[in-house]
Design a protein around this ligand. Structure first.
Ligand code: HEC
Length: 223
């Protein structure tokens, strides 16, 4: 203890005494850095509103033409402008659900399709097909039937397709969906390799002719 006597404070309680240790410099700098970071973050996202918050990023992903409304009118001057939630809508507050429903999903789907020029090839190995079957029975059966015979969704076993029968078209159908027609975009729920697997599984359903097949929809595709 003797070497620390100069740090010893002059109070004592039940034999417990206190040393006046300084915080290490690295710790202090880290602390100052977090404060500086906080200021920069606050200014960037909430004052001059250059940065897109999560809600805006989500909307932008849904609609590539989306522009953050407030960023058209950055608040450089009125630093203390009234704060609004990112979901604020002058015509009435938006709940996240309303915001999603109001999102121009159709435009998003079309734009994504245009920019997506990748050609997909069906996987044929057993493990992938089995994986695809598992994903199918969990997510798709309710609308396309246990055997792909159709129901709410179209028959996936016949030669008639609304959106194309090749692997690339099927992957796009699954990935982007047709939200307005009741087929959601699965890319938010399935990983890329899962989409590939379930798409490959759908490819194996063609021509299986299960009982109670739903009437053909779309165009005849001969392969
Ligand atoms: C909530 C019901 C529903 C679920 C669940 C669903 N689909 Fe669909 N699906 C539909 C509907 C409805 C359509 C037709 C869309 C249209 O009319 O354009 C469709 C269309 C499709 C098409 C295009 C068919 C064609 O004729 O071109 C494919 C492929 C497809 N779904 C695969 C899947 C897969 C794979 C899953 C599971 C990951 C799935 N669907 C889950 C309702 C559903």
């Amino acid at each position: 203890m003797t070497e620390n006597l100069d740090k010893l404070l002059d109070h004592e309680y039940d034999g417990i005494r206190e040393l006046d240790n300084d915080l290490p410099n690295w710790w202090l700098w880290l602390f100052y850095l977090t404060i500086a970071w906080g200021v920069i973050y606050f200014v960037y996202y909430h004052v001059i509103e250059v940065g897109y918050l999560q809600v805006d990023e989500y909307r932008q992903e849904m609609d590539p033409n989306y522009v953050r409304v407030s960023s058209e009118n950055p608040k450089f001057v009125g630093l203390l402008a009234e704060y609004h939630s990112p979901l604020f809508d002058p015509s009435g507050d938006m709940t996240p659900r309303k915001a999603i429903l109001a999102g121009p999903q159709e435009a998003f789907v079309e734009a994504s399709r245009e920019s997506d020029t990748v050609v997909y090839v069906a996987l044929t190995d057993e493990a992938s097909i089995a994986g695809g079957q598992g994903i199918y029975s969990k997510n798709c059966v309710s609308c396309h039937g246990a055997l792909g015979e159709g129901g709410i969704g179209p028959n996936l076993t016949d030669q008639y397709w609304l959106h194309g029968a090749d692997m690339t078209s099927i992957i796009k159908s699954i990935k982007y969906g047709y939200p307005a027609k009741g087929m959601i975009s699965w890319r938010g729920f399935l990983k890329t390799d899962q989409v590939l697997q379930v798409g490959s599984y759908v490819m194996t359903l063609k021509g299986t002719n299960p009982p109670n097949g739903k009437a053909p929809q779309g165009e005849l595709v001969e392969e």
